[in-house]
Design a protein around this ligand. Sequence first.
Ligand code: GSH
Length: 233
Amino acid sequence: MSAIKLIHMYASPWAERVRWALNYKGVPYEKEDYQPGVDEEKVKKLTGQAQVPVLIVDGTPIPDSTAILNWLEQYKPQPSLMPSSDKDRAQVMMWEELMDGVLGPQARMLIIGHFLRSGEPQLQQGGRYFAQKYQHTAYDEEHAKVTVERIFTILKSVLQGRQYLVGEAFTRADITVASTLLLVNPPPDDLFLFPASMRPMYTVPLTSDSQFAPIFAWRDAMYRKHRGEAVKP
Ligand SMILES: N[C@@H](CCC(=O)N[C@@H](CS)C(=O)NCC(=O)O)C(=O)O
């Protein structure tokens, strides 16, 4: 059995999708917390890029949550998190790209704005670090709100009458979408223990619009049925 360590940030959906998949497949691992602004250089030296999660398998680092999930699918194929048909696999990839490349970064833009305007010096300092790293501007924040609403509209429509996003089984698409939604409205504490001071930072007002309630009901159902444990630091 390999020695596996995950360098992660607790409240990051990219880390959460990896933790969820490892847990689902019953792969034991050790966790190491990444401190933004403190550990960046260390991660850069280790991987040549400056983001987490990073999985270290027998001393070899694997950066990028999708690369980690691909590695995991090979390392422990069962229970499978990828469908068998090419068409369904392509759909899983589409959801992963939409979450990791669009909803995640756009929601992060909104969170950075919340941090910067929080009035809390420590959060503002974090906000400045992320604002510089992820090029936050007032324009980009406004634009992010539009993109987030468009993705909610897609999700609401796709989930109508469906239990899972792709085919009839639980896949990486469900894990990735359910994880990414924590950036706009974290799950309740019994599913994912979230620091109370952070909840307002990670809450987008649009999520209280009742037309989008089914998205979050679906997300909570995925956590209840498939997460396997209450998430805690
Ligand atoms: N493509 C990457 C994205 C990971 C990512 O965006 N990580 C952010 C989470 S907010 C991060 O490392 N933040 C800490 C930092 O930028 O210092 C993946 O899928 O793992």
